[in-house]
Design a binder for this molecule. Structure first.
Ligand SMILES: CC(C)(COP(=O)(O)OP(=O)(O)OC[C@H]1O[C@@H](n2cnc3c(N)ncnc32)[C@H](O)[C@@H]1OP(=O)(O)O)[C@@H](O)C(=O)NCCC(=O)NCCS
Length: 158
């Protein structure tokens, strides 16, 4: 379990947990709002299949206390940079501070490697852009398919 002490606005503890025998069905059923399906698949099940078929990506379940509320995945690129992808908070759980807590938890954990952390988002995805920018990600100017690549550079250890 990855727990950096983050809570949503209702005070629920937000943690990232392995996808396991107990939670995989709930993770697979995570669904964005209909209007967000231009940015992400209709179900997080697509990401679970991707991570099962990939040597790069690892899926995590986003929990708020004991409830599964989202999916996120992380990976390591050839240059050592860390990547975040597959960020989806279930439609019924959005706008409660879960996404912010989940991304902060993952970036705090990935930053321990001392490598840049990268992700990509569609230029029209204003919610994602606002979230990532507020956490310190800045566009690199590079694109991946039709998405902007943004990067967070971890502070050097003191
Ligand atoms: C983007 C997403 C993960 C945010 O998750 P969330 O739990 O709703 O976000 P939070 O409630 O923690 O809000 C975090 C920030 O996101 C932004 N945000 C969230 N909802 C927003 C909205 N409707 N309009 C504009 N900004 C919004 C704000 O900057 C917000 O900042 P705040 O904490 O100061 O309010 C969620 O909307 C989602 O799953 N979207 C569909 C999938 C997707 O687009 N994933 C990203 C792919 S790159």
């Amino acid at each position: 379990m990855i727990d950096s002490g983050q809570c949503d606005r209702a005070g629920r503890r937000v943690t990232l947990r392995p996808v396991d025998d107990d939670n995989w069905r709930a993770v697979a059923d995570i669904a964005p709002r209909d209007d967000q399906r231009t940015f992400v698949p209709a179900l997080a099940a697509r990401y679970l299949v991707l991570t099962m078929r990939s040597d790069v990506w690892t899926s995590l379940a986003v929990h708020a206390d004991e409830t599964v509320v989202g999916h996120v995945m992380w990976g390591v690129d050839d240059d050592g940079s860390r990547w975040i992808g597959g960020m989806v908070i279930d439609a019924a759980e959005q706008d409660r501070g879960v996404g912010r807590a989940a991304v902060k938890t993952l970036t705090d954990w990935l930053a321990k490697a001392g490598q840049p952390i990268r992700l990509s988002y569609h230029p029209d995805n204003t919610s994602a852009a606002a979230l990532y920018t507020s956490l310190g990600f800045h566009p690199t100017g590079a694109m991946e398919d039709d998405e902007l690549i943004a990067e967070l550079t971890p502070a050097p250890p003191r």
